[in-house]
Ligand binder design. Structure first.
Ligand SMILES: NC(=O)C1=CN([C@@H]2O[C@H](COP(=O)(O)OP(=O)(O)OC[C@H]3O[C@@H](n4cnc5c(N)ncnc54)[C@H](OP(=O)(O)O)[C@@H]3O)[C@@H](O)[C@H]2O)C=CC1
Ligand SMILES: O=C(O)[C@H](O)[C@H](O)[C@H](O)CO
Length: 338
């Protein structure tokens, strides 16, 4: 909307899905036919060589985010990569470094941040509408135990990588990426070793706290709440893709456009907001989005590891077993106080 009407028409016209790639050509062709996409490739390498591609959306499972992102950044393509950006902080750093080195735009697809309701939360917080935030609570628990990639560790399984990230990013947004003074995390796991249910309690300076719960084996309403000294903001459901906010008891709705095809997941038409953010960043020549920055992606990767994704709660459980005491993980606290 920053352009003259004629230019706007051109900008809209030139933002097109040009091509799709899959490991098997038939899969790419099926997808292309369903969505009216002109070019279909049977390998990601061919897509990387296409000179007409400005930006690539990477939607492969998380263990392949590193290699696929590197393939495209090295080919000088801008990248929007699905969450979680990587399996761990080391991989996340490698992806971000590669984007910098190749001077291309890169963003982790934390679509939650770009919903109008999320923008309104940031506006309310910046204007001090609820005073100083004292408590953040968020939950994301869905029944996904039958989804292979959720439970199979070789496919990136684990609730923290898939779902926990949404609670962590919400807290990160509200507390502006501040590091907590301490984290306590506990959880349960599938036989595969993938984490199943995780509860994390975080303490910040000035007596501020967060309580986060995620699971791929329980169904909750998936609400979030921000409690401040002057009021409360509640996201009544779908906290990871919000379409309603309750501010001090008064609800406002932020409806999404109707989908033109059936959706796989709830509110997926809201992905358009992150796509628009990418488009705006590219038009401005930016290499990262200030709303979902590289620094935030790194923080999320570090917090995921400390609160469950890799060894966080397992270390915690070992510590509490060893001491036969209530659970306090010194490793986690040390990390957070640095
Ligand atoms: N923002 C959101 O709302 C959502 C985000 N996600 C994120 O998107 C990513 C993909 O999730 P989802 O679509 O459910 O995953 P899928 O299981 O549907 O797999 C997506 C693609 O990953 C590739 N892939 C799958 N299995 C393998 C394998 N064993 N080896 C190599 N490549 C494989 C395939 O690519 P190919 O087609 O080339 O074979 C496949 O099409 C995840 O990182 C997830 O976190 C997922 C759901 C919703
Ligand atoms: O990003 C997401 O929304 C999650 O990947 C899905 O919701 C999850 O896999 C549910 O099965």
């Amino acid at each position: 909307n920053n352009f003259e009407p004629e230019t706007q028409v051109l900008v809209n016209f030139f933002s097109q899905v040009v091509a799709v790639a899959a490991r098997k050509l038939e899969d790419a062709q099926d997808f292309a036919q369903k969505h009216n996409i002109l070019r279909a490739y049977g390998s990601y390498e061919e897509l990387a060589r296409d000179p007409d591609i400005d930006v690539v959306y990477i939607g492969v499972i998380h263990p392949y985010h590193l290699s696929t992102s590197r393939l495209f950044t090295d080919a000088k393509k801008n990248v929007l990569c699905e969450k979680p950006l990587a399996m761990n902080a080391k991989e996340a750093r490698e992806i971000l470094d590669s984007a910098k080195r190749n001077n291309v735009f890169l963003m982790e697809a934390v679509w939650s941040r770009f919903f109008p309701a999320s923008g309104e939360i940031r506006r309310l917080l910046a204007q001090g509408e609820v005073g100083e935030v004292k408590l953040v609570r968020a939950e994301f628990c869905v029944l996904a135990g039958n989804v292979r990639r959720s439970v199979d560790k070789t496919l990136g399984g684990g609730a923290t990588l898939d779902l926990g990230i949404y609670c962590l990013q919400f807290m990160c947004m509200v507390f502006h990426g501040e590091k907590p003074e301490s984290i306590q995390a506990m959880g349960t796991q599938y036989e595969s070793g993938a984490d199943k249910l995780v509860v994390v309690t975080l303490k910040f300076s000035n007596s501020r706290m967060a309580v986060l719960t995620w699971s791929s084996a329980l169904q909750l309403r998936n609400e979030a709440i921000i409690v401040g000294t002057k009021g409360t903001i509640r996201i009544p459901e779908h906290m990871w893709c919000p379409t309603a906010l309750e501010v001090n008891g008064k609800e406002t709705k932020y409806p999404l456009p109707e989908p033109y095809l059936p959706l796989n997941y709830v509110n997926s038409t809201g992905m358009r907001y992150e796509a628009e953010e990418v488009r705006q960043c590219l038009l401005k020549g930016l290499k990262e989005s200030s709303t979902m920055s590289h620094a935030d992606s790194l923080l999320l990767a570090e917090w995921r590891m400390k609160s469950g994704g890799r060894w966080g709660w397992r270390t915690a459980r070992t510590v509490s077993k060893r001491r036969n005491a209530t659970h306090v993980d010194e490793n986690l606290s040390q990390f957070c106080t640095t």
